[in-house]
Design a binder for this molecule. Structure first.
Ligand SMILES: Cc1cc2nc3c(=O)[nH]c(=O)nc-3n(C[C@H](O)[C@H](O)[C@H](O)COP(=O)(O)OP(=O)(O)OC[C@H]3O[C@@H](n4cnc5c(N)ncnc54)[C@H](O)[C@@H]3O)c2cc1C
Length: 416
């Protein structure tokens, strides 16, 4: 009998990883991706030890760790160059958790994951845009916008912040969710040459000034650095993750040069030497209860941004999606060891496992989503007094060395 087929919606970060992990347990996954041809989109992500540990199970962590400088320190600096505090903890993460933290280009990660699926014989259908799901006693059918259908035993929604799976799963609970809401914060993310003044690995640097926050971290190749500016905006900026055209890039750099002319170096230099910039709004969705991660009939589950989209201020979006993959794959029964009586699985038992997964993951991800949101709000303040208060809070936060260590320990000791 063929193994249970798993329909995986979305070939971003979570989709291909959960597909690969489930294949190892004897399932037969298929990945269905809306975009016609995955390629150059987005900027960079910071993979932390908790996320890299999951990639290491698939032999994929070296993709990041062998090509990108490992993060050596964290530093907060005010826009006039005054040091607010920092920590050299990242330098010991590899020893402590088995993996370092590394910046990666999202496209490179995405394509490496997709290629690994294809090499493992997992079909990835691009241009496959989920529109509907039908659950029955014998399985689940996913229907694409163009009418194509795929059948499976169960379905995993990994289709990101604007997840169609999420809308359909929530409908089974009688909820018609609104579109994602704009948080009032936007980011511009770019890549620039490493400034000459940085003669050693600078780590992750956060600069705080009036009305803006600027972050930089190293990515591959080691001659470049990734950066992102967070600021407030009353104008929505839907995320297309597309690069600016050369004319748009020149005009936008001119605007940023004017806006950041009062900031210390290397901020003006990084803006001047930027070769790529994307701009996108930060969006939010209401927190779901664990039972809402699973469809009423029990054959569909949400993971990653589809379940718990987060603003990027704690750098945990991709890392929490990877933790989800690990836990879901671990909790599902092993087909190879004969733990599954197919066709097409016992839906009561399946639903219990999916709910147990959601119960495990929802509390941790909910705390991180709230934390990231609060962090973003604190980072971007306007008037001088509010800036001084923010800087003081940052300074005293770093002075609590034990508190800093405990925070990172709680984050990075997971998922195993
Ligand atoms: C193109 C792109 C670029 C990004 N760039 C950055 C970045 O530079 N920095 C950053 O911090 N975060 C970025 N993100 C977000 C980041 O990747 C996620 O927050 C994080 O990795 C969580 O992963 P995920 O797998 O849950 O969702 P995602 O990585 O967002 O993947 C979701 C996937 O589902 C697909 N999809 C959506 N709807 C459907 C549908 N109806 N049918 C089938 N497939 C569907 C999407 O095309 C996408 O490939 C980007 C996301 C995308 C989609």
């Amino acid at each position: 009998m063929p193994p249970p087929r798993v329909l995986i919606i979305g070939c971003g970060v979570a989709g291909p990883v959960v597909a690969l992990l489930l294949q190892r347990k004897g399932y037969s996954p298929i990945v269905l991706e809306k975009v016609r041809e995955l390629g150059d989109a987005g900027s960079s992500l910071m993979l932390m030890p908790n996320g890299l540990k999951v990639l290491s199970l698939l032999g994929l962590s070296s993709f990041a760790t062998e090509s990108t400088p490992h993060l050596a320190c964290l530093r907060d600096i005010s826009s006039d160059g005054t040091e607010l505090g920092g920590s050299k903890l990242p330098a010991i993460w590899k020893e402590r958790y088995g993996q370092p933290a590394c910046g990666v280009k999202r496209t490179a990660l995405n394509l490496a994951l997709k290629d690994r699926c294809l090499a493992a014989g997992i079909p990835v259908l691009e241009g496959w845009n989920l529109q509907n799901i039908i659950e029955s006693g014998n399985g689940v059918t996913a229907i694409a916008k163009d009418g194509r259908k795929e059948e499976g035993s169960f379905l995993i929604g990994c289709d990101g912040i604007r997840s169609m799976t999420r809308s359909l799963v929530l409908r089974t609970h009688g909820i018609d969710e609104e579109e994602a809401t704009f948080t009032g914060l936007t980011q511009a993310a770019g890549t620039s040459a490493i400034p000459e003044s940085w003669n050693s690995n600078p780590g992750m640097l956060n600069w705080y000034g009036p009305s803006a926050h600027f972050i930089t971290f190293p990515v591959f190749p080691s001659t470049t650095t990734s950066w992102a500016i967070t600021e407030r905006s009353s104008i929505e900026e839907v995320e297309t993750w597309q690069q600016m055209s050369p004319d748009q890039l020149a005009a936008y750099k001119k605007k940023l040069t004017e806006q950041f002319k009062g900031w210390c170096e290397p901020i003006p230099e990084l803006i001047k030497s930027a070769t790529r910039i994307i701009k996108y709004g930060l969006y939010d969705r209401p927190q779901l209860e664990p039972r809402q991660w699973v469809s009423e009939q029990g054959r569909c589950v949400l993971i990653g941004d589809a379940a718990h989209p987060t603003s990027p201020h704690l750098g945990q979006g991709a890392n929490q999606a990877l933790e989800d993959c690990y836990h879901l794959a671990k909790m599902l029964p092993n087909v190879e060891r004969g733990e599954v009586q197919h066709p097409s699985l016992n839906v009561q038992k399946l639903k219990l496992v999916l709910l147990e997964f959601a119960e495990k993951r929802q509390p941790r991800t909910a705390v991180l989503v709230k934390g990231a949101r609060a962090h973003g709000e604190k980072r971007v303040v306007d008037d001088e007094e509010a800036c001084q208060v923010r800087d003081e809070v940052l300074r005293s936060g770093w002075e609590d060395v034990e508190g800093v260590e405990a925070k990172w320990e709680g984050l990075l000791k997971e998922p195993f």
